[in-house]
Design a protein around this ligand. Structure first.
Ligand SMILES: [Zn+2]
Ligand SMILES: [Zn+2]
Length: 139
């Protein structure tokens, strides 16, 4: 598998320690994270890291299609380490985000429904209560 450094080089992104650490984290930890989540987890191994560079580099990786920003109606941006199109379920109680294995709308329909808009991507987010929270609350 391509290493973080190789990946940055292949995309012509300047290799810096904070980019390598961030990309390694995203490659090793598939999931959904805020910049703060990642910052906290990386600080132990890389104390010189700063939060602003985590923010900037997440945006940079997003521009290169390496990760994907999720619009979950949470206050903070949530980033998905998996940039491929996939649907999500968000628990309204604990806020946990789950990947769903669902067929997505074929791209040919984007044009049909978007009229004069230019669609960049689709976003499918189901909301509700996860099993764990449902059990706790006896729903
Ligand atoms: Zn929950
Ligand atoms: Zn996801």
């Amino acid at each position: 598998m391509e290493t973080a450094i190789e990946k940055l080089k292949s995309l012509k992104i300047k290799v810096t320690r904070s980019r390598v650490e961030l990309l390694k984290f995203l490659m090793d930890n598939k999931g959904h994270f805020t910049a703060e989540d990642i910052f906290k987890r990386l600080q132990a191994q890389y104390p010189n890291l700063n939060l602003a560079s985590v923010y900037n580099n997440l945006n940079l990786f997003d521009e290169h299609g390496m990760i994907r920003r999720l619009y979950t109606h949470r206050e903070k941006a949530v980033w998905d380490a998996d940039a491929r199109a996939h649907a999500h379920f968000v628990c309204d109680v604990c806020g946990e985000i789950f990947d769903l294995d669902l067929p997505l709308i074929p791209e040919k329909y984007y044009l049909k429904y978007s009229g004069s808009f230019k669609v960049s991507h689709e976003e499918i987010i189901f909301r509700g209560i996860c099993n764990k929270c449902a059990k706790k609350e006896n729903i």
